[in-house]
Write a protein that binds this ligand. Structure first.
Ligand SMILES: C[S@@+](CC[C@H](N)C(=O)[O-])C[C@H]1O[C@@H](n2cnc3c(N)ncnc32)[C@H](O)[C@@H]1O
Length: 216
C-alpha cells in the first residue's frame, strides 16, 4: 500500500481536458467578472466545446439564454462566422453591463452582439421560428423544459441545441433524486429524447453538457 492512491483516470481525463484550454486575457477578465458577480461562467473546456459546435454548424445567428458576464458568449463568438450575431438574454442589468465590458475587451464589434435585458418568458416568444443556427441554454434550471421547447422552435433545420448542466450535475441518473431542480432537468432531457427531430449526446465536461442536432 502506498500513501497515494492512483488517481481515477476519468477525473484525470477531465482535468486534462480543462487544463488543455488556455484562455486569453479578455476571457480571463470576463471570467473574473463572472465570479465576482456570482454569474458562474462555463468552464474553459465547455467554452471551447461551444466554439467548436458553433464552427461545426457555420453559425451566423446564435441565441443564448443566460448571458452572465459574457464568458460563454466570447467562446461562441470565437467559433461563429466573422459577421455572425450573438443574441443573448439576461434579466440582470449588472450582468449585461459586465458582458458589454467583456465583449469590448475582446474587440468584438458592437454589431455582433444583441443583448436583450429581460426574462426569457417575455423575450423568447418574440424570437423567430427556425432562424438560429445554435441555441445555448445557461439560465435557471427550473425553467429548462420551457427553454428547450422554445429553443427547438427557434432552431433552423440542421441547427444545434446546447444545454449547460443538463443533467443537474449527474443527479438525473439517480432515481432517488426528486427535488425540483433534478425533476426539471429530467423533464428537459425527456423533451429532447422524445423529439424525433433531435439527435442528442451528453458530454461530460463541466457539470455536463447536452448537445442535440436538429434534423435537416
Ligand atoms: C450561470 S450564469 C450564465 C453564465 C454565462 N453563460 C457565462 O458562461 O458567462 C446564469 C445567468 O442566468 C441569468 N438568469 C437568471 N434568471 C434568468 C432568467 N429567468 N432567464 C435568463 N437568464 C436568467 C443570471 O442573471 C445569470 O447571468
Amino acid at each position: 500500500m502506498t500513501d497515494t492512491q492512483p488517481s481515477d483516470p476519468r477525473v484525470a481525463l477531465i482535468d486534462y481536458a480543462e487544463s488543455a484550454i488556455v484562455e486569453d486575457d479578455a476571457l480571463v477578465a470576463a471570467r473574473a467578472r463572472g465570479i465576482e458577480l456570482g454569474a458562474i461562467p462555463v468552464s474553459p473546456a465547455v467554452g471551447a466545446l461551444l466554439a467548436v459546435l458553433a464552427r461545426a454548424v457555420d453559425a451566423h445567428a446564435v441565441a443564448e439564454i443566460g448571458t452572465g458576464t459574457g464568458v460563454s458568449g466570447l467562446w461562441l463568438l470565437a467559433g461563429m462566422a466573422t459577421d455572425g450575431v450573438l443574441t443573448t438574454i439576461d434579466p440582470e442589468l449588472e450582468h449585461h453591463q459586465a458582458a458589454r465590458a467583456s465583449f469590448a475587451g475582446a474587440d468584438i464589434a458592437s454589431g455582433r452582439t444583441r443583448l436583450i435585458n429581460g426574462t426569457p418568458r417575455d423575450v423568447l416568444p418574440r424570437l423567430s421560428d427556425s432562424s438560429y443556427d445554435l441555441v445555448f441554454i445557461d439560465g435557471p434550471r427550473l425553467d429548462m423544459p420551457r427553454f428547450v421547447t422554445e429553443s427547438v422552435r427557434m432552431l433552423r433545420p440542421g441547427g444545434m441545441l446546447v444545454i449547460h448542466d443538463a443533467t443537474a450535475q449527474g443527479a438525473v441518473a439517480d432515481p432517488a433524486r426528486t427535488d425540483p431542480m433534478t425533476a426539471a432537468a429530467r423533464e428537459a432531457a425527456l423533451l429532447v429524447a422524445d423529439d424525433d427531430r433531435l439527435l442528442p449526446v451528453v458530454i461530460p465536461l463541466g457539470p455536463g453538457v447536452l448537445a442535440a442536432a436538429k434534423s435537416r
